[in-house]
Design a protein around this ligand. Structure first.
Ligand SMILES: [Zn+2]
Length: 210
């Protein structure tokens, strides 16, 4: 099976959303210091690198990661080519793609090549404008994946876009890297860590032929 890995690796001190805890990864036990094994210590937000947002992230009584229906993240998906978009994704950018109810959609933008190439958080990453978030809800989309740290834009409509999409129980994957993916149909396999009660969770995301 020719798997395509669309996961952004977890790295020590990698860019995170401003104000989130830093991603700290270090070996707390080391064989090169005489220990019998190596042991890596992780200290990170649930919203680091490639991860999912549960409705609970912005909805006080929303579903949590353990309530994720697995068919939201395993099954046919479509990678939409949105690499022409500058600024924010609008309904006019989505309309030509003829969205269908219950689809799993991943948006490929210049974030995959530009934003992830930076050593710091990119405040100007391509995001989903709140009217486009509403458009996704109105079309009954099941799952949306984006190629940077948030569906909504920094200093723009980050709150509104999350409230609209998570409020409609669209399951959200953030922090993908689609740089090496040709837009089109695929089969998605995305498995978040099982953290009961959590508003998000790191995940591994893979594509395979449809
Ligand atoms: Zn998130």
């Amino acid at each position: 099976m020719p798997w395509i890995d669309i996961t952004t690796p977890l790295r020590h001190n990698m860019p995170t959303w401003p104000g989130d805890p830093a991603c700290l990864i270090h070996q707390s036990v080391r064989m090169d210091q005489g220990a019998v094994c190596n042991l890596t210590h992780l200290n990170l937000s649930a919203h680091t690198a490639t991860h999912m947002d549960a409705p609970r992230h912005f909805i006080a009584d929303g579903k949590t990661m353990d309530q994720l229906p697995l068919d939201a993240v395993i099954g046919p998906c479509r990678i939409l080519d949105l690499t022409h978009v500058t600024g924010q994704i609008t309904p006019a950018d989505l309309a030509p793609h003829h969205l269908q109810p219950d689809e799993r959609l991943l948006f490929k933008t210049t974030n995959s090549t530009h934003s992830w190439s930076l050593n710091h958080f990119d405040p100007d990453f391509i995001s989903i404008r709140q009217d486009a978030a509403r458009y996704l809800v109105d079309h009954g989309i099941r799952t949306v994946g984006v190629d940077y740290l948030s569906i909504g834009g920094y200093g723009k409509d980050v709150i509104e876009t999350h409230q609209i999409m998570l409020g409609a129980e669209i399951w959200v994957i953030e922090g993908l890297n689609l740089a090496h993916v040709t837009p089109g149909p695929y089969h998605l396999t995305c498995l978040p860590l099982l953290i009961p009660g959590a508003d998000g969770a790191p995940c591994r995301a893979l594509l395979s032929p449809p």
